[in-house]
Design a protein around this ligand. Structure first.
Ligand code: ATP
Ligand code: MG
Length: 552
């Protein structure tokens, strides 16, 4: 799998060639998030790409906050992003902020003005849009394009000093209004924004545009390979123009790859923020969120996310990855690591009428049948146990091998029990089963007297630990069902199901983020936020089986 991924990483080949030809002496990459939300699984792809690329060639990776849009940014995001990158298993060389470079960015803009390569434009946003032209028609020059250098310098200084209102003026590059590439039609370099910045406070009344700040920040940091997603491909000539005209010594190069899309998964901070703000989810780290913090809280491991990113590889072709691929990798990762225990999610009490009253025996159980090194544990068994409600049917269909009146099943790690009677409440609901057990059938004794077709799980009732189980479905209704609907109407009303049941007594001490495989139910993670003394809450990470084969 590793080899396949590396051969599909075309950027790695470029870096390798550049090192061999001496074009660069050391590879330097950066991960440049805007601190306007929490990171999502798409960002994980970019993080893995940038950090692993540098690691492989003994280079460096910076974490740089692209904090040039103060109205939407916040230190809460700055902190969560650092936590998520570290949790994924990466450590940056330098922690940088584009705002560290505001003074230099300003100076370079002054240089552009002096060279006649930038001008202050008084057109409104709407007028600018109208004069921009289209894909087939050239744009028109701004009437302010030929302003003199002195006037431009004066106006730009006054923009900085806060003399003008938001939107009143803008600094534009002077490139070519007839360029077939719209990004080169005198693009904006600086805008006025009377906004408080989370790091520079009220020092600035103008802020640089992404297309201007990004290349210069890369060059200042000595980034050699500036990797971004494909929507920036048409911005590359502007990236190069800025590096050239601003006379940056270092010459970073931009390379693009296809962004990650996952079926049924929202991959945009804007929409994720909407879900948080509208209270559709609990928070950015709600286990249903495709954020890195949400996946962590759901129970994903950094190893699983990194393996996933490696498997999907880095390509330029647009594609949508099946969400089951992500699930495949967490199953793979936890298969041998997670203890396998029993949990009853929807309990039905069973009384074993021929088992001595007051007696409790301890039975031996393996912690992981596929990993002997995980050892064994003891689980109590007595006259009263819980089983799942749907492991009993009064009138079963054909081929139902679990409990029904007169039928015998195996209790995992314990005995055969036979259903004698179902007790009902006044409404006719089954509230308790009366069963008998056969002491000869004890698990591990090699009993071969007769066979049963069903094996069910259970938890001893008097010592069971009450637990809450949270089961998840995708936040969005599947594409088919939700097509053409407004975003908020596409929300799946059943994305969360909460059940109250029981786990084995030795799980009383379970800590946040502990992971288990519950027999027949799947992998679960102890929720770190809702679990407290006496209340264990489990998030289902993924069910046990899927027919999905990522290699098929
Ligand atoms: P969003 O649209 O979700 O807000 P963004 O691109 O605006 O994402 P940034 O914080 O600017 O978010 O992104 C930081 C880095 O992560 C960028 O280099 C961007 O290209 C990359 N990135 C963002 N989304 C994806 C994705 N779905 N797949 C791969 N890389 C991504
Ligand atoms: Mg962005």
């Amino acid at each position: 799998m590793e080899n396949k991924a590396s051969s599909s990483n075309f950027i790695k080949n470029i870096v390798s060639d550049d090192l061999q030809s001496g074009k660069v002496s050391e590879v330097v990459t950066r991960f440049p998030p805007e601190p306007n939300g929490y990171l999502h699984i798409g960002h994980a792809k970019s993080i893995c790409l940038n950090f692993e690329l540098a690691d492989e060639f003994n280079g460096k990776t910076n974490l740089r906050f692209d904090d040039t849009n103060p109205a939407k940014e916040d230190t809460e995001y700055v902190e969560s992003i650092q936590e998520d990158v570290r949790w994924l298993g990466f450590e940056w060389d330098d922690l940088r902020f584009a705002s560290d470079y505001f003074e230099e960015l300003y100076d370079r803009a002054v240089l552009l003005i002096k060279k006649g390569k930038a001008f202050v434009c008084d057109l409104s946003a709407e007028q600018m849009r109208e004069m921009r032209g289209t894909l087939t028609q050239p744009g028109q020059n701004s009437p302010y394009r030929d302003r003199g250098v002195e006037e431009n310098l004066d106006l730009f200084a006054r923009m900085r000093a806060g003399e003008f209102k938001d939107g009143e003026r803008i600094l534009r590059a002077k490139i070519d209004m007839a360029s077939p590439n719209i990004n080169l039609r005198d693009p904006a370099l600086y805008r006025i924004a009377h906004a408080h910045h989370h790091r520079t406070g009220d020092a600035w009344r103008i802020y640089p545009m992404y297309d201007y700040a990004h290349p210069i920040s890369d060059a200042i940091e000595g980034v050699t390979h500036s990797v971004c997603t494909l929507e920036f491909e048409a911005h590359r000539p502007l990236y190069d123009w800025v590096i050239e005209e601003c006379e940056m010594e270092a010459k970073p190069r931009q390379y693009e790859f296809a962004r990650l899309n996952v079926t049924n998964t929202i991959m945009s901070k804007r929409y994720l923020k909407m879900l948080v703000d509208q209270g559709v989810v609990e928070s950015w780290d709600d286990p249903r969120m495709p954020t890195i913090s949400g996946l962590r809280r759901k129970g994903y491991t950094p190893e699983a996310l990194r393996a996933f990113c490696r498997e999907i590889g880095v390509a330029r072709a647009y594609s949508v990855v099946d969400e089951r691929m992500l699930e495949f990798f967490i199953r793979e990762d936890l298969k041998l690591k997670a203890p396998r225990t029993m949990a009853v999610l929807q309990p039905l009490k069973v009384v074993i009428t021929n088992y001595p009253e007051g007696q409790v025996e301890l039975l031996e159980a393996e912690n992981n049948a596929e990993n002997e090194a995980m050892g064994t544990r003891q689980i109590p068994f007595s006259r009263e146990i819980y089983i799942e409600q749907d492991d009993f049917m009064e009138n079963p269909p054909n081929k139902y091998f679990r409990l029904f009146p007169g039928n015998e099943v195996r209790l995992k790690n314990a005995y055969f029990i036979k259903c004698e009677e179902a007790i009902k409440d006044a409404d006719g609901n089954v509230v308790e089963l009366r069963c008998t057990y056969d002491p000869e059938t004890k698990s591990g004794t090699g009993f071969t007297g007769r066979k049963v077709k069903g094996t069910i799980h259970w938890v001893e009732a008097t010592r069971a630990v009450p637990a809450e189980f949270r089961l998840f479905e995708p936040l969005l209704l599947d594409e088919e069902e939700g097509a053409d609907k407004e975003f908020l109407e596409r929300i799946n009303p059943n994305s969360l199901t909460t059940l109250q049941g029981f786990v084995e007594p030795n799980m009383k001490e379970a800590q946040g983020q502990d992971k288990f495989q519950f027999f027949r139910h799947g992998y679960f993670n102890v929720d770190p936020k809702h679990t407290s003394a006496g209340r264990v809450v489990f998030n289902r990470i993924v069910s046990l089986k899927s027919s999905f084969d990522p290699k098929a």
